[in-house]
Write a new protein. Structure first.
Length: 149
């Protein structure tokens, strides 16, 4: 009986085709992941802008609540630098400064109406454009009630 023996020092190795296939497969995986990076960056920027505008709207609402029910009028709101009245009664506008408050070209409106005789309804809407050359308009609306004390 003849036994076939392998040499103990024999090495097993990959062929050139197997190595090339592995390199191509890794390259495709890296290219697929690299294509996701711009989408993730855009989503992160949009999320950051939205949170920033929500903070601005909340700050305006807090300042209006600090004024109180009896002081929600044109003179008091303008004096507190919360907004300037427009041609429409009880509608105020404000513009945000880029780099200080928020995003460039962001604007907002504050609408105050009577909810009932003892409560005023306040609606704050902030609008801004984001996205560079292909800018899209986004907005955030915050509503609140301010009661007579």
């Amino acid at each position: 009986m003849v036994k076939f023996c392998r040499k103990r020092n024999a090495r097993r190795a990959f062929t050139l085709v197997e190595v090339m296939f592995g390199i191509v497969l890794c390259g495709l995986a890296v290219a697929g992941l690299a294509s996701i990076i711009p989408l993730a960056t855009k989503g992160q920027r949009a999320s950051r802008e939205y949170l920033q505008m929500a903070d601005v709207a909340q700050a305006k609402m807090d300042r209006l609540k600090d004024l109180g029910y009896g002081r929600l009028n044109e003179d008091e709101i303008s004096a507190a630098s919360i907004g300037n009245e427009t041609a429409n009664e009880n509608v105020y506008q404000f513009t945000l400064q880029a780099g200080v408050d928020a995003i460039a070209n962001a604007t907002g409106t504050i609408t105050i109406s009577d909810y009932n005789p003892n409560i005023k309804k306040v609606v704050i809407t902030v609008k801004w454009k984001s996205g560079g050359a292909q800018a899209t308009e986004s907005s955030h609306e915050l509503q609140g009630l301010i009661a007579r004390e």
